[in-house]
Design a protein. Sequence first.
Length: 250
Amino acid sequence: MIDESQLRRAAALLGRVTNLVAFTGAGVSAESGVPTFRGAEGVWKEFRAEEVATPEAFGRDPKLVWEFYNHRRNRLAEVQPNPAHRVLADFERRFPRFTLVTQNIDGLHALAGSRNVLELHGNLGRVRCTGCGRVFDKRGERLGELPACEACGALLRPDVVWFGELLPQDVWSASLAAVEECEAILVVGTSAVVYPAAGLVEVASRRGATIVVVNLEPTAASELADVSLHGKAGEVLPALWEELKLIATP
Ligand code: BJW
Ligand code: ZN
């Protein structure tokens, strides 16, 4: 059950801003059938992050790491954006300035029609050469056990950010700039424990921006929130969108 009074409060706060950042995590794609990382059925329950999502793991056993990512790539071919992704695409059309910063690597925001998307942790559809550094879009393509670069023959890796790696600096700078200018940040479906991404909420908070959190449960971002909306993103965001429509566009 969505708390109607909190929903109206969130809509009233967001209704008056002209510059909004949405910051999303795995929970936004959960209803599309993409598993989250830290829940009871999360990816890290089945696999240890240190064994599949670090550069050291890839150096030690690239076959195992590719098996993990190929499995997730193949599943990605079957999933579609859900109402949460679609409402966030609608938000982009409503707010004069809107930036979607996502930790997700599934590409579902773009598929739902969002354009101004900053992918902090890369994209599972892309691969990057460990030799020449070229990046290739291989979304929807089946890859071998140890895929090789078509330009130089070196081993390819998923173009995602592993633990201990730096985030793509251009994407990080653009995300920080967006948060430093926004009037409000909508934090959806993330546990907000992975840094530096989670630090964006703290930057917004220090600047006095309005913070609205949408999640099944309280998270690390909740204590900074002006309003917390508990429920499924695919239900809360459409309800919030309907509330916002009742408020005149700034
Ligand atoms: C719903 C819902 C529904 C469900 N509706 N809600 C100590 C030791 C080692 C490292 C560190 C350390 N302290 C800090 C670090 C650094 C580390 C870090 O932050 N670790 C913490 C976990 C402790 N960070 C890094 O290493 C980063 N790099 C870095 O810091 O570089 C500098 C540096 C260099 C050298 C040395 C040290 C530092 C890089 C982080 C990269 C993270 N990569 C991953 C994997 C990407 C590839 C892949 O997918 O395989 O990114 S980890 C994983 O977590 C993924 C996610 O993007 C990220 C965030 O997770 P997210 O999205 O929040 O998902 P969950 O599952 O946590 O939460 C889901 C939420 O949704 C929950 O709250 C649910 O309730 C909710 N939910 N269904 C609404 N329907
Ligand atoms: Zn190459």
